[in-house]
Design a protein around this ligand. Structure first.
Ligand SMILES: [Zn+2]
Length: 359
């Protein structure tokens, strides 16, 4: 990590100190270890001893899930959300839940919504990610802030803010107004913080596998960081806890259709097969709710394979990527993926497949 990024990480970390936090815990049947701990911005759902899925309340726009592993001496976090603002809220919330220091941050991949909070982590926090994630975030492969993925997902934010302002001024019902005002505030903060992003790469990298042992009681917690092959990006890392039989997958596997604009669809299917080979009961995705078992993986493998084949066939008929994105019929997957109601697919996925077919 270069000094400039270190400096900026430290400076941005100072923003927002003095923030008031209310913490609510829902105590479980044993009465000691709460099942759910809620701060104003975050919900920590206990999955196993010291293992929490981290999601948002809506107060701050996070855009992605995180995971927190608390050991006897320190904390490991997985993914840093979408902006410095969101990551600052995460660090405040962590401090409200545990007084143990954050020692590691793992990036599941380089995408903006999982890694653009990196800069607020204090210097003593080691950031771990795949070698590819480092080369993306340190600018070696171009500026991630101007690439299609980041731009296409964020260029609509100012218009959304304007639309929420208009809706708020047209709404009289006090409850609706409160909900709109909350959403507007979250999107305004998000819009401002998007401009503060300084892509900050991992300072520790892995290629295929790295194992951490977190001090915990009699035995250590084994934390495997695994790159199972090309997939959602060229540098996906899953965080696998063999004792807890739990895996955090980032966007390599979601309960919904994962974005394919930077993906390697053909290899992704095989990498998902390797994911199936891990012994786990619960999958924590980068977006959405926990998934029980492995059946869901097969549905996504089938979608990827089918999209690739249908896209290749339409390309061979001479259709442009834009035409294929409108016409490709994936409705045979509609009974599983409810968002598929008519023919068509994400144009960014189709453009990606066209580019790979042209290589
Ligand atoms: Zn992603």
């Amino acid at each position: 990590m270069n000094n400039k990024n270190r400096f900026n990480r430290a400076m941005t970390g100072l923003i927002g100190t003095g923030f008031m936090l209310a913490v609510f815990g829902y105590v479980n049947a044993q009465g000691d270890d709460p099942e759910v701990i809620e701060t104003s911005s975050h919900v920590f759902t206990r999955m196993a001893e010291g293992v929490y899925q981290v999601t948002g309340t809506g107060e701050v726009y996070l855009m992605s899930n995180a995971m927190m592993l608390v050991g006897d001496e320190d904390v490991l976090l997985v993914d840093s959300h979408v902006t410095p603002n969101a990551a600052n809220a995460l660090l405040r919330s962590v401090r409200a839940v545990t007084n143990k220091p954050v020692r590691y941050l793992v990036n599941t991949h380089y995408h903006f919504d999982h890694a653009h909070g990196n800069q607020v982590f204090p210097e003593q926090v080691e950031i771990i990610g795949h070698e590819y994630t480092r080369t993306k975030l340190n600018g070696e492969l171009g500026n991630v802030l101007t690439e299609t993925t980041m731009v296409s997902f964020t260029e609509g934010v100012p218009a959304l803010v304007e639309s929420l302002r208009a809706q708020l001024s047209d709404t009289r019902d006090p409850e609706e107004r409160a909900a709109l005002a909350r959403r507007l505030k979250a999107q305004e903060d998000h819009m401002i913080s998007l401009r503060e992003i300084i892509p900050t790469p991992p300072n520790i990298t892995l290629d295929k596998k790295m194992t951490l042992f977190q001090k915990m009681g009699e035995s250590d917690r084994e934390i495997q960081l695994l790159h199972l092959g090309l997939g959602h990006t060229a540098g996906d890392v899953v965080v696998y806890l063999p004792q807890e039989k739990l895996v955090f997958t980032g966007d390599m596997m979601l309960p919904s259709l994962s974005y394919m604009g930077d993906s390697f669809p053909q290899e992704w299917v095989g990498s998902l097969e390797a994911l199936k080979g891990l012994e786990f009961d619960v999958l924590l995705p980068g977006h959405g709710a926990p998934v029980q078992g492995k059946a869901e993986i097969g549905f996504f493998q089938a979608y990827i394979t089918d999209l690739w084949q249908k896209t290749a066939a339409l390309k061979a008929q001479g259709l442009t990527a834009e035409e294929t994105a409108e016409q490709v019929d994936m409705t045979n997957h509609g009974s599983h993926y409810r968002q598929i109601r008519a023919p068509g697919a994400d144009v960014r996925a189709i453009r990606r497949i066209y580019a790979l077919l042209d290589e």
